[in-house]
Design a protein around this ligand. Sequence first.
Ligand SMILES: [Zn+2]
Length: 431
Amino acid sequence: MLSSTAERAICEAVDRNFEAQIAYTQDLVRHPSLRGDEHTIQDFVADAFRARGLEIDRWRLSPEDLASHPGAGPVAVSYERAWNVVGTYRPPVERGRSLILNAHVDVVPPGPLAMWTHPPFEPVIRDGWLYGRGAADMKAGHAANLFALDAIRAAGLAPTGRIHVQSVVEEESTGNGTLATHLRGYRADAALIPEPEDEKLVRANVGVVWFTVEVQGRPAHTREMAEGFNAIDAAYRLIGALRELETAWNARHGDHPHFEDLPHALNLNIGRIEGGDWASMVPAWCRFEARFAMYPGQTAEEVRTAVEEHLARAAAAHPALADSPPRVTWHGFFSQGYVLEPGSEAEDALARAHAAVFGTPLESFVTPGYLDNRVHVLYDRIPSLCYGPNCRAIHGIDEAVEIESVRRITKAMALFVAHWCGVEPLAGERG
Ligand SMILES: [Zn+2]
């Protein structure tokens, strides 16, 4: 049991290191770690882990190894630069419970640069918020993993359980980075991922799939438009059909525990579309990329079957599409959702830590986005806590994280680690 003196010492250490923590977070934001370009930030992270004496494991994701796992996202890009880094802390004698602290380094594209107040990879602090692509999702949490451990050490304490600090890629596209840590054999008694979750604990989340639909049209001069088959019009028709599926599935939210109060958790997003060659030419082709979701308990295979059957029915009902049915391919996320079952000791430990810092009980909620915690819950079968700071506009323009919220969260995380793993006086400071 952690004494209140030790709790206070850990929180004071977070305060003392906090300026350095924010500076380190800004360094992380300065790396434009877009998909396929995460290698330099992982070098930077590995150096930071090494400087703390963590044992470094650094490896490149293998599409072949991943392909053997049902939760892997099909890989449609090069993994030449897709490196994971894990820094492991091992106590001299392992008496406490073990823990995985996980965070992803990849970020989504910034979108139109002209819409940003400041360039997205130049971290700026204004009115108590740190701005930049990835500042909230999730470089603040990534830094908090490391600085929570720093604070315990700076308080003269050492955890008595093994801790794996995982820095993963591919969270924004497949979830293959964290899955690769599972395939590499990393296991612990619990996991924590400090995604920007508004200082609450995620109780459940949806599964996510990505797919591409391609339509082959028949080009023609526009004066003979009726003789052609417009692939863009056909794509609109197919998107309409997918919206019917979206409506039907969301209507059943009441049947799914934890989603009773979420009437639209399954969001179909048409994220990208292209097609055609010339304004006065009936377009011969169109392709669009979509993201769809599922409730916990549904499998990605079920979603694939339902989507493909629904599109096939819609195509069969249309004369031209019946002759030229759409081609559907699956790439990116192919992941199930999960539920964090209430009542775990890990959740209790986090609730205690949260209450000590915030003075209020830990609240939980359900979020309709993908989270890497599914790997731990579904495949490691351990409690995996997703809990992190207040944010604005993640995946949007002028993404930001609230700095004082990062401070509170880091304190709660450090106390959680101390509660969960146990602590003893740092070697050399005993007696
Ligand atoms: Zn994230």
